[in-house]
Design a protein around this ligand. Structure first.
Ligand code: HEC
Length: 140
C-alpha cells in the first residue's frame, strides 16, 4: 500500500518534470562553442565591433572603413551565413575576396601570440568558436 503511493508520487513528479521541460524548451540551449566564442569576442572584438557586434564599438568613429555590423553578415550575403569565408576573414592571413581592411586585425597571428601555449590548432579552434558565435547572432 505504502509502496503504491510512493510509485504514484514518483510517476506524478516525473510527468510534472516532462511538462515543465516541454514548456521551457522554446529557447535552444547554447553550445559550448557559442559560449566560448562570445567570451573571446568580448575580449578581443568589442572595442571596434561593439558589445552587441553591431559595428559601434568605442574605436569605430576613428576607423574608415567602419567595423562591420556582424549581426547582418547573412543579410549582406543574401541569406546564408558564409562560415568558411568568415573564418578566413577573421584569420586574416589569407586574403579573401574584397575582405581585409588594414584596421581589421589579423587574428590568425594575434591568437598565436596571445595564447599561453601558442599553437596553430588552438588558434584555429578559437576562430571556429568565434565564427560559430557569429553564426548564432545573425538577424533574420
Ligand atoms: C581594430 C578594430 C577591429 C577589431 C578589434 C576587430 N575588427 Fe573585425 N573588422 C574591423 C573593420 C574595420 C572591418 C571592416 C573591414 C572592411 O570593410 O574591409 C572588420 C570586419 C570584420 C568582419 C567581416 C564582416 C563582413 O561582413 O565581411 C568580420 C567577420 C570581423 N570583422 C570579425 C571580427 C572578430 C571576430 C574580431 C575579434 C576577434 C574582430 N573582428 C575585431 C575592425 C576590427
Amino acid at each position: 500500500m505504502g509502496n503504491h503511493i510512493g510509485l504514484r508520487l514518483a510517476l506524478m513528479s516525473s510527468s510534472l518534470l516532462i511538462a515543465f521541460t516541454a514548456g521551457t524548451a522554446t529557447a535552444e540551449p547554447e553550445t559550448f562553442d557559442v559560449v566560448a566564442g562570445r567570451s573571446t569576442f568580448r575580449t578581443y572584438c568589442t572595442s571596434c565591433h561593439g558589445p552587441e557586434a553591431k559595428g559601434d564599438g568605442p574605436l569605430a568613429e576613428y576607423l574608415d572603413p567602419k567595423p562591420a555590423n556582424l549581426r547582418q553578415i547573412a543579410q549582406r550575403e543574401g541569406g546564408d551565413f558564409p562560415a568558411e569565408t568568415m573564418h578566413q576573414v577573421v584569420d586574416g592571413r589569407k586574403k579573401v575576396r574584397g575582405h581585409g581592411s588594414k584596421d581589421m586585425p589579423v587574428w590568425g597571428d594575434a591568437f598565436l601570440k596571445t595564447d599561453s601555449t601558442p599553437d596553430e590548432a588552438s588558434a584555429q579552434k578559437r576562430i571556429s568558436q568565434l565564427v560559430t558565435f557569429l553564426a548564432s547572432i545573425q538577424e533574420e
